[in-house]
Ligand binder design. Structure first.
Ligand code: PGA
Length: 255
Protein backbone atom coordinates (compact mmCIF):
# COMPACT_ATOMS: atom_id res chain seq x y z
CA UNK A 1 0.00 0.00 0.00
CA UNK A 2 1.50 3.31 -1.10
CA UNK A 3 1.03 6.27 1.23
CA UNK A 4 -0.48 9.18 -0.62
CA UNK A 5 1.66 12.25 -1.28
CA UNK A 6 -0.13 15.60 -1.46
CA UNK A 7 2.33 18.35 -2.29
CA UNK A 8 1.61 22.03 -2.77
CA UNK A 9 3.99 23.90 -5.04
CA UNK A 10 3.64 27.58 -4.23
CA UNK A 11 6.01 28.66 -7.03
CA UNK A 12 6.82 32.39 -6.75
CA UNK A 13 3.78 33.04 -4.58
CA UNK A 14 2.94 33.33 -0.92
CA UNK A 15 4.53 35.13 1.97
CA UNK A 16 5.13 34.53 5.65
CA UNK A 17 1.51 35.29 6.52
CA UNK A 18 0.39 32.47 4.20
CA UNK A 19 2.78 30.04 5.90
CA UNK A 20 1.10 30.90 9.22
CA UNK A 21 -2.38 30.59 7.71
CA UNK A 22 -1.59 27.07 6.53
CA UNK A 23 -0.38 25.95 9.94
CA UNK A 24 -3.50 27.49 11.51
CA UNK A 25 -5.82 25.88 8.95
CA UNK A 26 -4.55 22.39 9.76
CA UNK A 27 -4.33 23.08 13.51
CA UNK A 28 -8.01 24.00 13.56
CA UNK A 29 -9.11 20.58 12.28
CA UNK A 30 -10.51 18.09 14.78
CA UNK A 31 -7.90 15.69 16.13
CA UNK A 32 -9.60 12.72 14.45
CA UNK A 33 -9.47 14.40 11.02
CA UNK A 34 -5.83 15.27 11.48
CA UNK A 35 -5.04 11.72 12.46
CA UNK A 36 -6.93 10.40 9.43
CA UNK A 37 -5.02 12.72 7.07
CA UNK A 38 -1.72 11.80 8.69
CA UNK A 39 -2.42 8.09 8.30
CA UNK A 40 -3.26 8.29 4.63
CA UNK A 41 -0.96 10.98 3.29
CA UNK A 42 2.27 12.91 3.48
CA UNK A 43 1.09 16.52 3.25
CA UNK A 44 3.86 18.74 1.95
CA UNK A 45 4.14 22.45 1.23
CA UNK A 46 6.89 23.70 -1.06
CA UNK A 47 7.22 27.43 -0.37
CA UNK A 48 10.00 29.56 -1.78
CA UNK A 49 13.21 28.47 -0.10
CA UNK A 50 13.65 31.63 1.99
CA UNK A 51 10.69 30.63 4.18
CA UNK A 52 11.78 27.03 4.82
CA UNK A 53 13.68 27.49 8.10
CA UNK A 54 11.10 29.70 9.73
CA UNK A 55 8.23 27.57 8.45
CA UNK A 56 9.98 24.46 9.77
CA UNK A 57 10.41 26.04 13.22
CA UNK A 58 6.70 26.88 13.29
CA UNK A 59 5.75 23.35 12.23
CA UNK A 60 7.98 21.85 14.93
CA UNK A 61 6.75 24.16 17.67
CA UNK A 62 3.09 23.50 16.85
CA UNK A 63 3.51 19.77 16.07
CA UNK A 64 1.81 20.41 12.74
CA UNK A 65 1.24 17.47 10.40
CA UNK A 66 2.62 19.59 7.55
CA UNK A 67 5.94 18.67 6.00
CA UNK A 68 8.15 20.85 3.84
CA UNK A 69 9.63 20.56 0.39
CA UNK A 70 11.85 22.63 -1.86
CA UNK A 71 10.79 23.72 -5.33
CA UNK A 72 14.20 23.34 -6.88
CA UNK A 73 17.80 22.58 -5.99
CA UNK A 74 21.19 23.38 -7.43
CA UNK A 75 23.05 20.92 -9.63
CA UNK A 76 26.10 21.91 -7.58
CA UNK A 77 26.82 21.04 -3.98
CA UNK A 78 29.09 23.96 -3.09
CA UNK A 79 31.34 26.60 -4.58
CA UNK A 80 31.22 29.83 -6.55
CA UNK A 81 27.63 29.57 -7.83
CA UNK A 82 25.99 32.84 -6.81
CA UNK A 83 22.32 32.51 -5.92
CA UNK A 84 22.23 28.71 -5.93
CA UNK A 85 20.99 26.57 -3.04
CA UNK A 86 22.50 23.16 -2.38
CA UNK A 87 20.49 20.09 -1.41
CA UNK A 88 22.30 19.86 1.94
CA UNK A 89 21.27 23.45 2.72
CA UNK A 90 17.64 22.69 1.90
CA UNK A 91 17.79 19.64 4.16
CA UNK A 92 19.27 21.73 6.96
CA UNK A 93 16.46 24.25 6.48
CA UNK A 94 13.77 21.63 7.01
CA UNK A 95 13.00 20.32 3.53
CA UNK A 96 12.25 16.60 3.57
CA UNK A 97 11.15 16.64 -0.08
CA UNK A 98 12.52 18.37 -3.16
CA UNK A 99 11.04 18.93 -6.60
CA UNK A 100 13.36 18.40 -9.56
CA UNK A 101 12.57 19.00 -13.21
CA UNK A 102 9.33 20.93 -12.91
CA UNK A 103 8.17 21.85 -16.43
CA UNK A 104 8.60 25.54 -15.62
CA UNK A 105 12.24 24.90 -14.82
CA UNK A 106 12.71 22.69 -17.87
CA UNK A 107 11.14 25.23 -20.23
CA UNK A 108 11.59 28.71 -18.80
CA UNK A 109 15.06 27.97 -17.45
CA UNK A 110 16.09 25.49 -20.16
CA UNK A 111 16.94 22.69 -17.75
CA UNK A 112 18.16 19.56 -19.45
CA UNK A 113 17.44 15.93 -18.56
CA UNK A 114 21.04 15.68 -17.40
CA UNK A 115 20.63 18.59 -14.98
CA UNK A 116 17.38 17.14 -13.68
CA UNK A 117 19.15 13.85 -13.00
CA UNK A 118 21.99 15.66 -11.21
CA UNK A 119 19.48 17.54 -9.06
CA UNK A 120 17.75 14.27 -8.18
CA UNK A 121 21.06 12.70 -7.19
CA UNK A 122 21.95 15.71 -5.04
CA UNK A 123 18.59 15.42 -3.27
CA UNK A 124 19.16 11.72 -2.64
CA UNK A 125 22.64 12.47 -1.29
CA UNK A 126 21.17 14.97 1.18
CA UNK A 127 18.41 12.54 2.23
CA UNK A 128 15.76 14.77 0.70
CA UNK A 129 13.08 12.71 -1.05
CA UNK A 130 13.10 13.67 -4.74
CA UNK A 131 9.85 14.41 -6.56
CA UNK A 132 10.96 14.24 -10.18
CA UNK A 133 8.59 15.74 -12.74
CA UNK A 134 7.87 14.58 -16.26
CA UNK A 135 5.20 15.75 -18.67
CA UNK A 136 4.52 16.06 -22.38
CA UNK A 137 3.61 19.18 -24.35
CA UNK A 138 0.25 19.38 -26.11
CA UNK A 139 1.85 18.65 -29.51
CA UNK A 140 3.00 15.21 -28.35
CA UNK A 141 -0.36 14.46 -26.77
CA UNK A 142 -2.18 15.37 -29.97
CA UNK A 143 0.26 13.47 -32.15
CA UNK A 144 -0.27 10.33 -30.08
CA UNK A 145 3.38 10.26 -28.98
CA UNK A 146 2.93 11.21 -25.34
CA UNK A 147 4.17 7.84 -24.05
CA UNK A 148 7.39 7.87 -26.05
CA UNK A 149 8.05 11.45 -24.93
CA UNK A 150 7.56 10.48 -21.27
CA UNK A 151 9.66 7.36 -21.67
CA UNK A 152 12.51 9.48 -23.03
CA UNK A 153 12.27 11.74 -19.97
CA UNK A 154 12.12 8.76 -17.59
CA UNK A 155 15.02 6.73 -18.94
CA UNK A 156 17.85 9.04 -17.74
CA UNK A 157 16.16 9.25 -14.34
CA UNK A 158 15.63 5.49 -14.02
CA UNK A 159 19.09 4.66 -15.36
CA UNK A 160 20.76 6.97 -12.82
CA UNK A 161 18.70 5.49 -10.01
CA UNK A 162 19.74 1.97 -10.99
CA UNK A 163 23.40 2.80 -11.68
CA UNK A 164 23.92 4.71 -8.44
CA UNK A 165 22.35 2.07 -6.21
CA UNK A 166 19.34 4.27 -5.41
CA UNK A 167 16.62 1.84 -6.46
CA UNK A 168 15.71 1.01 -2.86
CA UNK A 169 15.49 4.65 -1.81
CA UNK A 170 12.08 6.31 -1.65
CA UNK A 171 11.34 8.81 -4.39
CA UNK A 172 8.30 10.03 -6.30
CA UNK A 173 7.56 10.76 -9.92
CA UNK A 174 5.14 13.57 -10.71
CA UNK A 175 3.32 13.25 -14.01
CA UNK A 176 2.41 16.78 -15.04
CA UNK A 177 1.25 17.10 -18.64
CA UNK A 178 2.32 20.57 -19.66
CA UNK A 179 -1.03 21.32 -21.25
CA UNK A 180 -2.69 20.78 -17.88
CA UNK A 181 -0.36 22.86 -15.70
CA UNK A 182 -1.93 26.17 -14.74
CA UNK A 183 -4.51 25.93 -17.54
CA UNK A 184 -7.58 24.85 -15.59
CA UNK A 185 -7.77 21.85 -17.94
CA UNK A 186 -6.82 18.78 -15.95
CA UNK A 187 -6.13 15.44 -17.58
CA UNK A 188 -9.09 13.12 -17.17
CA UNK A 189 -8.70 10.41 -14.54
CA UNK A 190 -8.49 7.87 -17.38
CA UNK A 191 -5.79 9.78 -19.26
CA UNK A 192 -3.77 10.22 -16.08
CA UNK A 193 -4.24 6.60 -14.95
CA UNK A 194 -3.15 5.30 -18.32
CA UNK A 195 0.06 7.36 -18.23
CA UNK A 196 0.75 6.52 -14.58
CA UNK A 197 0.48 2.81 -15.34
CA UNK A 198 2.86 3.33 -18.26
CA UNK A 199 5.32 5.25 -16.03
CA UNK A 200 5.21 2.44 -13.47
CA UNK A 201 5.91 -0.13 -16.18
CA UNK A 202 8.93 1.84 -17.42
CA UNK A 203 10.31 2.34 -13.89
CA UNK A 204 9.72 -1.35 -13.10
CA UNK A 205 12.50 -2.22 -15.55
CA UNK A 206 14.91 -0.52 -13.13
CA UNK A 207 13.44 -0.88 -9.64
CA UNK A 208 10.65 -2.40 -7.64
CA UNK A 209 8.08 0.10 -8.86
CA UNK A 210 5.23 -1.25 -6.73
CA UNK A 211 6.28 1.04 -3.90
CA UNK A 212 7.04 4.02 -6.16
CA UNK A 213 4.68 6.94 -5.63
CA UNK A 214 3.51 8.43 -8.91
CA UNK A 215 1.57 11.62 -8.35
CA UNK A 216 -0.44 13.65 -10.81
CA UNK A 217 -0.15 17.40 -11.33
CA UNK A 218 -1.98 19.82 -13.59
CA UNK A 219 -5.02 21.86 -12.54
CA UNK A 220 -5.85 19.61 -9.58
CA UNK A 221 -8.70 21.04 -7.48
CA UNK A 222 -10.83 19.69 -4.64
CA UNK A 223 -13.50 19.10 -7.30
CA UNK A 224 -11.49 16.79 -9.56
CA UNK A 225 -9.11 15.28 -6.98
CA UNK A 226 -11.39 12.51 -5.73
CA UNK A 227 -11.84 10.94 -9.16
CA UNK A 228 -8.14 11.31 -9.99
CA UNK A 229 -6.95 9.78 -6.75
CA UNK A 230 -9.40 6.91 -6.98
CA UNK A 231 -7.31 5.58 -9.86
CA UNK A 232 -5.11 2.58 -9.08
CA UNK A 233 -1.79 4.16 -10.08
CA UNK A 234 -2.40 7.74 -8.93
CA UNK A 235 -0.74 8.06 -5.54
CA UNK A 236 -1.34 11.71 -4.82
CA UNK A 237 -1.04 15.12 -6.37
CA UNK A 238 1.35 17.98 -7.03
CA UNK A 239 -0.77 21.09 -6.80
CA UNK A 240 0.01 24.62 -7.92
CA UNK A 241 -2.85 27.14 -7.95
CA UNK A 242 -5.16 25.35 -5.51
CA UNK A 243 -2.30 24.93 -3.02
CA UNK A 244 -2.31 28.66 -2.31
CA UNK A 245 -5.70 28.55 -0.62
CA UNK A 246 -5.63 26.98 2.85
CA UNK A 247 -9.24 25.82 2.61
CA UNK A 248 -8.77 24.17 -0.77
CA UNK A 249 -5.51 22.57 0.29
CA UNK A 250 -7.05 21.16 3.47
CA UNK A 251 -9.82 19.75 1.27
CA UNK A 252 -7.24 18.21 -1.06
CA UNK A 253 -5.33 16.66 1.84
CA UNK A 254 -8.60 15.24 3.17
CA UNK A 255 -9.79 13.58 -0.07
P1 PGA B 1 -1.43 23.85 -11.23
O1 PGA B 1 0.16 23.63 -11.16
O2 PGA B 1 -2.03 23.00 -10.15
O3 PGA B 1 -1.62 25.32 -11.00
O4 PGA B 1 -1.87 23.42 -12.60
C1 PGA B 1 0.68 22.35 -10.98
C2 PGA B 1 2.17 22.42 -10.90
O5 PGA B 1 2.78 23.27 -11.58
O6 PGA B 1 2.80 21.63 -10.18
Amino acid sequence: MRKRLIAGNWKLNGNWALCEQFVDAFASLPAASLEAIKQQADVVICPTAVYLSRFDALIQSTSSILQLGAQDVSTESQGAYTGEIAASMLAESGAGFGIAGHSERRHRFAETDQQVVQKMQNLFAANVLPIVCVGEPIEQREAGSAESFIEAQLLPIATAVAEHGLAERPMAIAYEPIWAVGTGKSATPEQAQSMHAFIRSVMARFMDADSLRIIYGGSVTPENATALMAMADIDGALIGGASLDPEQFVALASV
